[in-house]
Design a protein around this ligand. Sequence first.
Ligand SMILES: Nc1ncnc2c1ncn2[C@@H]1O[C@H](COP(=O)(O)OP(=O)(O)OP(=O)(O)O)[C@@H](O)[C@H]1O
Ligand SMILES: [Mg+2]
Length: 280
Amino acid sequence: MSADRSTPNTPPADGTDAAASASASGQTELIRFDKVTKRFGSHTVLDALDMKVYPGKHVTLIGPSGSGKTTILRLMMTLLKPDEGTIKLGDRYLTHEDKGGKLVPASDRYSREIRKNIGMVFQQFNLFPNMKVLRNITEAPVHVLGMDKDAAEQRARELLDLVGLTAHLDKYPSQLSGGQQQRVAIARALAMRPQVLLLDEVTSALDPELVAGVLDLLRDIAHSTDITMLCVTHEMNFARDISDCVMMFDAGRVIEFGPPEQIFTAPEHERTREFLSAVR
Ligand SMILES: Nc1ncnc2c1ncn2[C@@H]1O[C@H](COP(=O)(O)OP(=O)(O)OP(=O)(O)O)[C@@H](O)[C@H]1O
Ligand SMILES: [Mg+2]
């Protein structure tokens, strides 16, 4: 990442501590991007991105449309592969396998295995339309984790209680409001007990009156669990409430990062100021 060293909010050009903030002394990072480059054709979407996120921290990615935020989450879900660089989750690579000290691109099998630790909630819910609510939540724990069906159902009921949908467990997604479907999607992600939860504009497709309820639920989850969160949102008040660190992206680079009070009240970069005044 090339960056201007003259400003305190700017990640150092060598990337050694380029992310976030969210460091806790003596802890090892849970997520680590090292010089990750992603191109689509001749368009470089991520440009040698360095990023670290520490366990239990909540990092919000902000930036204009097309700046690469979703691409970062899709790389973490192993739905995309980087062209250069590596991504690690804990002490294992997401993108590569270590074979006798030599890094080789990860096989699909290896990626599926490591992806079990990462949950994602999408803008468009992406529930299984042909499955009732309860089964939407038990499906992956049973078939991906090999969890006992009764135990998976028990856990699903607890999660439906958490998201306030116990009365709806026997319905199909099409019988629920957008806000209710998004709560099911959140419960479904949590059912896998992921180390990392990725949230990509999860309230953007909701009617305005349903947004607050989903954000309140996510606030509760952020404050009451030790799950590490990487969140893309245009809801700046929400970002301010839950984030340990906010990272501002532009053109595939982190141009600035820091605690929310710093980024939202005293951003260093003109680009950040412009962006924030446009979304507020
Ligand atoms: N599969 C793809 N093929 C080609 N280009 C792509 C693909 N996916 C993303 N891009 C391009 O990569 C760039 C970054 O996309 P990305 O979806 O990561 O942006 P974003 O920051 O999430 O934007 P938004 O705020 O609009 O969701 C965009 O220019 C986009 O058109
Ligand atoms: Mg996006």
